[in-house]
Design a protein around this ligand. Structure first.
Ligand code: SF4
Length: 175
């Protein structure tokens, strides 16, 4: 299949047409009516993280881990917020989102190829169906990165990125 827009072939564009059309309508309403529609979303899917970065408020203010929402809770939220308002793209953050792969899979299932996961990359990066891309945090040189994120964090992240990019051919498509 030929990529027409980055990572998208004809079939993808046809399947995504309703979402693309909605974005076009939103663009027109912004330009002509000065409206402020929802375009981009972000969801904190977990309070827990495997790191304790020096700059981070998460682990300093962590609440009871039993507060985490279930897959069904998130399905309802996705339907009543992101899908209801035709949000085009959602970023998943935490804590460490990869500690809730079940929630990431739910988002990818409900909003295929419109989900990005922000991660420290210290956990192996799974190839999830319909995930658009990973956004991996790297702070600087290995020495500076580890001084912020903990000893050995840089090497773990580097190894996981290299393993991921060495993986099966993606045929020019994000995953
Ligand atoms: S990886 Fe992110 S969420 Fe986890 S401690 Fe570091 S900055 Fe905070």
């Amino acid at each position: 299949m030929v990529d027409i827009i980055y990572g998208m072939g004809t079939t993808d564009i046809i399947r995504d047409f309703p979402a693309i059309f909605n974005m076009l309508l939103k663009y027109i309403s912004i330009r002509l009516l000065k409206s402020k529609p929802f375009i981009y979303g972000s969801a904190d899917i977990i309070n827990v993280c495997n790191l304790h970065c020096s700059h981070c408020y998460r682990w300093k203010t962590r609440r009871n881990e039993k507060d985490e929402l279930s897959v069904e809770d998130w399905r309802t939220i996705i339907k009543n917020t992101f899908k209801k308002h035709h949000v085009y793209f959602v970023t998943l953050v935490g804590g460490e989102p990869l500690l809730r792969e079940d929630i990431i899979r739910t988002f990818c299932d409900e909003m295929p190829r419109r989900i990005c996961v922000v991660t420290s990359g210290t956990i192996p990066l799974p190839r999830l169906p319909n995930l658009y891309f990973y956004w991996v945090s790297l702070d600087d040189t290995a020495q500076i990165h580890d001084s912020i994120r903990g000893k050995g964090a840089y090497e773990k992240t580097k190894k996981n990125i290299l393993n991921y990019t060495k993986g099966p051919d993606r045929n020019g498509k994000p995953s």
